[in-house]
Design a protein around this ligand. Structure first.
Ligand code: G1P
Length: 279
């Protein structure tokens, strides 16, 4: 077993920005070319050494569970044809990983979604991937880079960050901190704020959807109060740990596409289509 064995995917949200398609299709099942976002996320977690995929899901998202199950009829229909290999990657994920599902009954924020996964995570460090944030790399994936950093700081939570325009900060959690000794890309976080206005934002270093969390986060989430929208924010829970010097922000190498927005989704599609020589 690796140092981090489980990855949690908060996938219960309604994906209203993509209506009408998300009326019946989970946004995590929207494809970049032919592969759904959730599969990119699962493959990234596998590449970082994880085999326990914990989906915090909703009753409307059965398609995600179906995607990682063998489909006997389709298998039979493509067997022996040129299309046979098209299911290889997803079948490999299904074979190698243990998928477990837990329902988030109320949409009370990302912190609440993560807390909902507690019974399936237990008392061990774990990763979180928000499949909306699609990351592409030539070398190690973003999560694999973070696991390496975590090995040097096993009592810290790690968040992936990138620099954005100051006008964009209000879509994200923002961090402030100082570079670790001898590092050019890892910061000891001293403050974090969720979706500040550009005027109030301490920096333009924003959190993207990759986290490594120590199990201590569950106790902190229990006592983290909901914000003015009634949501429990992971950023606020992490702020409690940041005050104790236990949060590191990592400026990753690679590209991140915001597939939670239609524009970002199109940019990602074009990026992958170019790689495949389709455009
Ligand atoms: C969530 C987090 C935010 C983070 C973002 C990354 O926001 O609350 O801190 O920056 O994911 O994608 P959401 O996009 O769910 O509103």
């Amino acid at each position: 077993m690796g140092i981090i064995n489980k990855c949690l995917f908060p996938v219960a949200g309604y994906g209203t920005r993509f209506l009408p398609v998300t009326k019946s299709i989970p946004k995590e099942m929207l494809p970049i070319l032919t592969k759904p976002l959730i599969q990119y996320g699962v493959e990234e977690a596998m590449g970082a050494g994880m085999a326990g995929m914990v989906m915090v899901t909703s009753k409307y998202k059965q398609a995600i569970e179906n995607h990682f199950k063998v489909h006997i009829d389709i298998e039979a229909s493509i067997k022996g044809t040129a299309k046979e290999s098209l299911l290889d990657e997803v079948n490999y994920a299904s074979e190698q990983c243990d998928f477990s599902y837990i329902e988030q009954e109320k949409m009370l924020g990302l912190g609440h979604a993560i807390y909902t996964g507690k019974p399936l995570i237990g008392n061990e460090p774990f990763a979180v991937i928000l499949p909306d944030d699609l990351c592409a790399n030539d070398g190690d994936s973003v999560l694999a880079q973070m696991v390496k950093l975590y090995q040097q700081h096993p009592d810290c939570c790690i968040v992936a960050i990138e620099e954005v325009l100051m006008t964009e900060v209000d879509k994200y959690g923002v961090i402030d901190g100082g570079l670790l000794k001898n590092s050019t890309n890892a910061y000891r976080v001293n403050s974090m704020v969720e979706k500040p206005s550009p005027e109030d934002s301490p920096t333009n270093l924003v959190i993207i959807g990759r986290y490594i969390l120590t199990p201590e986060i569950f106790d902190v989430l229990e006592s983290t109060e909901a914000d003015e929208n009634g949501e429990i924010q992971i950023t606020n829970a992490l702020m409690t740990l940041a005050k104790q010097g236990k949060v590191i922000a990592y400026k990753f190498q690679g590209k991140r596409f915001d597939c939670g927005s239609v524009k970002g989704f199109v940019v990602a599609t074009n990026h992958f289509a170019k790689i495949e020589g389709l455009i």
